[in-house]
Design a binder for this molecule. Structure first.
Ligand SMILES: Nc1nc2c(ncn2[C@@H]2O[C@H](COP(=O)(O)OP(=O)(O)OP(=O)(O)O)[C@@H](O)[C@H]2O)c(=O)[nH]1
Ligand SMILES: [Mg+2]
Length: 341
């Protein structure tokens, strides 16, 4: 409960509400156990789930039982891959769905015979050549390359299969403890399925969070509507009274496909104020987008730039190094908060 005794009496009602919230949040902070909380946020499709799965792979590897649980979703992901490929291949290319005779149903029974047919078709030089020019999701290529082991009787999903696996609908809430510091052994990470429409309902629930990791997907820069939603989400989170005590960190992901996309859609075709010489150079384009992104930092919360890391979230080693650096930064921040260092 807020400490009412310490409140001055000549405040406006809005200020009183604001002060009561501050005090409630401080009380919450004091009453927490031996762990720190971090909330993982970002626009839909930015990579939050992928980051959470990488954290599991790095800090708390999936058990055999958990891997088994991914099998139905992995089989659906194979179906999704086949459908995506079939829809993108030119009409004159032989369709795998036709070769399989009847289109696989939603609950694809991936027999070893089916898998061999798919594998033989996918290995054909003409299919490989045509596919290499299509805008396929990396998961489509991954699952088609892995079709034989996936159909095998003794199949157990690998870490990469789990990383690429689509789960529909994605879980509403995902939580995980990772090692933190000596006095606070755990960093409790929470990732929720979120939308801007409902943000005012769910953000207050996490009001006591010490840290927020915001995942920003560079590759959505060419989708103005999508980018606007990311900025709106960021703006809302950054300026919300419920996050005013939280330290915010950025993870910029999917740098791997950024360069090829930039060559097709130069930055200044989307952002007319981007200078022509930077519009197709990945590092300059990234800096432009980050400056644009960091403009939201105009309130200068703590007068220092928001710490950020660029990493491909499919790259386990890259995520491991990034998390090591991020956790070090969090420990430093905590020392400043606790000891005033
Ligand atoms: N190549 C590449 N693909 C990525 C990366 N991060 C995520 N993806 C893919 O992008 C898609 C969306 O990633 P998710 O992790 O599901 O995104 P999310 O933020 O959890 O999305 P919602 O739950 O819908 O809000 C998936 O197909 C991932 O495999 C990355 O760094 N590189
Ligand atoms: Mg997700």
């Amino acid at each position: 409960m807020p400490n009412l005794k310490r409140r001055p009496t000549n405040l406006s009602s809005a200020e009183k509400v604001s002060q009561a919230i501050d005090e409630a949040l401080r009380e919450n902070k004091k009453s927490r156990g031996t762990r720190e909380e971090v909330l993982i946020l970002g626009a839909p499709g930015s990579g939050k789930t992928t980051l959470m799965r990488q954290l599991r792979i790095i800090y708390d590897p999936y058990t055999v039982r958990e891997r088994e649980d991914f099998k139905p979703s992995i089989r659906s992901s194979v179906l999704h891959a086949l459908r995506q490929l079939d829809s993108l291949l030119p009409a004159e290319t032989p369709s795998i769905l036709k070769i399989l005779d009847s289109p696989p149903s939603e609950t694809l029974v991936l027999t070893e015979d089916f898998a061999t047919l798919i594998h033989d078709w996918w290995s054909r030089p003409d299919i490989q050549h045509t596919s290499s020019h299509l805008p396929l999701d990396p998961s489509t290529t991954h699952f088609l390359d892995r079709i034989l082991p996936i159909a095998a009787e003794d199949y157990l999903p690998s870490d990469a299969d789990i990383l690429f696996c689509h789960i529909d609908p994605s879980p509403a809430l995902d939580q995980l403890d990772i090692p933190f510091s000596e006095d606070r052994p755990f960093l409790h990470c929470t990732c929720i399925r979120q939308s801007l429409r409902s943000i005012h309902q769910w953000l207050p629930i996490f009001g006591e969070m010490s840290y927020i990791i915001f995942v920003f997907n560079l590759n959505h820069y060419d989708d103005v509507e999508d980018t606007r939603k990311t900025f709106d989400l960021w703006e809302y989170i950054y300026s919300s009274r419920f996050t005013r005590f939280a330290h915010i960190y950025l993870i910029i992901n999917k740098p791997s496909t950024f360069a090829s996309k930039l060559s097709k859609f130069p930055l200044n075709s989307i952002y007319p104020d981007a200078a022509p010489d930077i519009t197709i150079t990945p590092t300059a384009a990234e800096a432009f987008l980050l400056r644009r992104f960091a403009e939201q930092d105009y309130t200068g919360r703590r007068g220092i730039p928001i710490p950020r890391w660029t990493v491909d979230l499919m790259d386990t080693e890259g995520v491991r190094v990034t998390m090591r650096n991020l956790v070090e930064e969090l420990v430093q921040t905590r020392m400043v908060m606790v000891c005033g260092l």
